[in-house]
Design a protein around this ligand. Structure first.
Ligand SMILES: C[S@@+](CC[C@H](N)C(=O)[O-])C[C@H]1O[C@@H](n2cnc3c(N)ncnc32)[C@H](O)[C@@H]1O
Length: 275
């Protein structure tokens, strides 16, 4: 089969489309990466060029192809209990957060990938709140990619994905299952039912949906790094608007809210509190 070549002119169209619809700004040097990531999809759809794929993308009114494209462009790398210091922070502040919220906790995992982040939140709460049923706790987990959300909703993880979890956690919160002779771990229903999974695009999504929510904690980790500064600032403004008074925002350790000093207090690296 003929090798597909992404021409500069076509790449510019993808650059503009991806920036407008996903918020990711791709530098000119990313042309080969985009070519490599999209070529398989173009062939899979039976199309003959990147130009044809671009037309298909623009004409797709339901947006399914946009979500697919975003999963090809951004990375979904994640793990259980990523960013160790944030869990330590939560451990020492959980009691005061609960006291302030009157026992009602609303937590949003805003780019949840395949679910390790929201399930870590659920395990963390189960572990540190033995009398959990006393509290009104809901975890919302969203991602732009239906592909990773499907894995998240299944709650089924390979042994490799569970490598960072202790035997004790595996015993308490998972059951071992065999799928086609491969060993997997299935997350417990008790944790699963605390989480609501939804598709949501952080850049183009309708934040009015959250108007009544008042989140106590928002996890938006390792996704803003793909966005340019104006998009990051817009996003952080939106988080500020839907956080409860003194709510917390957790970002990735390689990210920072450099322009937002007045609206958020920095509690520690990558942990901010609504001022
Ligand atoms: C590197 S993963 C981070 C997962 C998790 N938050 C963590 O820190 O381990 C980035 C996730 O952001 C999602 N993503 C990328 N662009 C997005 C957008 N515009 N809206 C929502 N999610 C997006 C990707 O689909 C991917 O699952």
């Amino acid at each position: 089969m003929q090798r597909l070549v992404l021409r500069r002119k076509e790449f510019s169209l993808f650059q503009a489309f991806i920036y407008k619809n996903i918020g990711i700004s791709l530098g000119d040097h990313k042309i080969y990466l985009v070519q490599a990531r999209l070529a398989k999809r173009v062939k899979q759809l039976g199309l003959e060029s990147f130009g044809e794929y671009y037309d298909f993308l623009v004409a797709d009114r339901k947006g399914g192809e946009l979500e697919y494209l975003s999963s090809l462009i951004s990375t979904n790398v994640t793990s259980f209990f990523r960013e160790h210091k944030q869990w330590e922070f939560l451990k020492s502040h959980l009691a005061s957060i609960l006291e302030r919220s009157g026992g009602r906790l609303r937590i949003w995992s805003a780019a949840c990938s395949s679910g390790e982040e929201p399930y870590s939140i659920a395990m963390f709460l189960a572990e540190h709140l033995p009398n959990m049923t006393q509290y009104d706790i809901k975890i919302l987990a969203t991602d732009v990619s239906p592909k990773v959300l499907k894995i998240a909703m299944s709650g089924m993880y390979s042994q490799k994905a569970c490598m960072s979890l202790s035997d004790e956690y595996l015993r308490k919160y998972f059951s071992p299952v065999l799928v086609e002779n491969e060993a997997y771990y299935q997350i417990s229903d008790m944790l699963k039912k605390q989480i609501i999974f939804r598709e949501f695009n952080l850049v183009t999504g309708d934040y009015d949906l959250f108007a009544q929510k008042a989140f106590d904690i928002i996890f938006c980790r390792n996704v803003m790094i793909y966005f340019d500064r104006p998009t990051q600032n817009k996003l952080v403004d939106r988080f500020h608007a839907i956080l409860a008074k003194e709510g917390h925002l957790f970002i990735g350790s390689s990210e920072a809210l450099t322009d937002m000093k007045k609206e958020f207090k920095s509690k520690s690296a990558s942990i901010y509190q609504k001022a």
